[in-house]
Design a binder for this molecule. Structure first.
Ligand code: SAM
Length: 327
């Protein structure tokens, strides 16, 4: 799959549910409306979709949500998809999780060939964590991270920098991650979907976040590129920190990814409305010809890049919440 800008698409993020057991203040409103369950793709449809993308050249598949581990049958899906690791068709099968249920599933994920997971964790202060997540229990996530590491799964922590919330916790979070052999990636808040707070009050540019780490360590820029938006540094104690700055630095030139929601909508760019319905072609025919054609048509109009802007009183750059596409 090559898009109009010559970018090869080799990475699919597949959302398996829009539901989540947390309500992070920057992600969704407290009273979030979720989709009726009947609208979600079933397991065989999710599997067929993933298989179609893999046939077309996807080498990395990330399950996301909502919270992927709240979907009851998700481990059956992971188990089925692991055949693509065994055959060599996929290089990596992974997931992004909030970690609350990771302790239950870590050993099985490892057995299915999951080698790394991203865990979202914005603070190690139990009160701050509970406030940001609106009720999350930090100890569950820590237990999940420890279980993943014990099962031999590498962990990358993702943290969103939030003004007035977790800025004082970030150095501690990096120290904690590095002590466990984990990486930390910092993310700027993006204007996706309405939440109670003003985005402009939440947003912290990555330059400011970096400055905080520079008070603690000397940082060396790394040349490492993963095909993703993060830029990495190494601390003088050997830990790695990534920075994702969608607002202060545009990184779309290397974009290798697309996203499919749990209802089978393909989004070709995180920061644009462009999408394609894959559920209809999936459902009208057991043959994959229509599905393949719909994917090809959509890749042929992948936007050049996102246009995130945060201004006071301005509507979100995209109307959907991050929980629709899973980041
Ligand atoms: N539940 C899983 C998790 O917590 O990682 C997967 C879905 S969650 C929507 C994916 C990531 O998006 C999380 O790291 C979360 O912090 C991040 N996120 C959510 N809303 C965001 C926003 N408006 N700006 C930046 N990151 C956001």
């Amino acid at each position: 799959m090559i898009d109009p800008f010559g970018r090869r698409i080799s990475y699919l993020r597949l959302s398996v549910t829009d539901r989540c057991d947390l309500r992070c203040t920057y992600c969704m409103p407290e009273r979030m409306t979720f989709l009726p369950r009947a609208e979600l793709l079933d397991l065989s449809e999710l599997d067929r979709l993933a298989a179609a993308f893999i046939r077309k050249g996807v080498r990395k598949l990330r399950l996301t949500g909502g919270e992927p581990l709240v979907r009851k049958d998700v481990m059956t899906l992971v188990g089925g998809l692991s055949r693509f690791l065994a055959s060599g068709a996929l290089d990596e099968l992974t997931l992004t999780t909030n970690g609350t249920r990771l302790a239950e599933h870590a050993a099985e994920l490892a057995r299915f060939g999951v080698r790394r997971v991203n865990v979202s964790l914005d603070s190690l202060n139990p009160e701050t964590y509970a406030r940001i997540t609106r009720g999350g229990r930090l100890e569950q996530v820590v237990a999940g991270i420890d279980a993943a590491l014990a099962a031999g799964i590498g962990v990358k922590l993702n943290a969103v920098a939030l003004r007035g919330d977790n800025l004082d916790d970030l150095v501690g979070l990096a120290e904690w991650a590095h002590a466990r052999g984990a990486e930390l990636t910092m993310i700027e808040v993006m204007p996706m979907g309405p939440v109670e707070a003003e985005r402009i009050d939440q947003h912290v540019p990555m330059s400011e976040v970096r400055h905080r780490f520079e008070q603690r360590w000397t940082l060396t820029d790394l040349a490492r590129r993963t095909g993703g938006p993060a830029r990495y540094v190494r601390t003088d104690e050997g830990g790695t920190i990534g920075f994702i700055a969608p607002l202060s630095r545009n990184f779309c030139a290397d974009c290798n990814r697309v996203r499919v929601t749990c209802t089978g909508e393909l989004y070709m760019c995180l920061g644009q409305a462009a999408r394609a319905d894959l559920r209809t072609p999936l459902r009208v025919s057991a043959d994959d010809a229509l599905l393949d054609a719909a994917i090809d048509e959509a890749i042929g109009r992948k936007p050049n890049g996102h246009e995130f802007v945060i201004r006071a009183g301005r509507r979100p750059a995209v109307e959907r919440h991050m929980s629709v596409t899973g980041g």
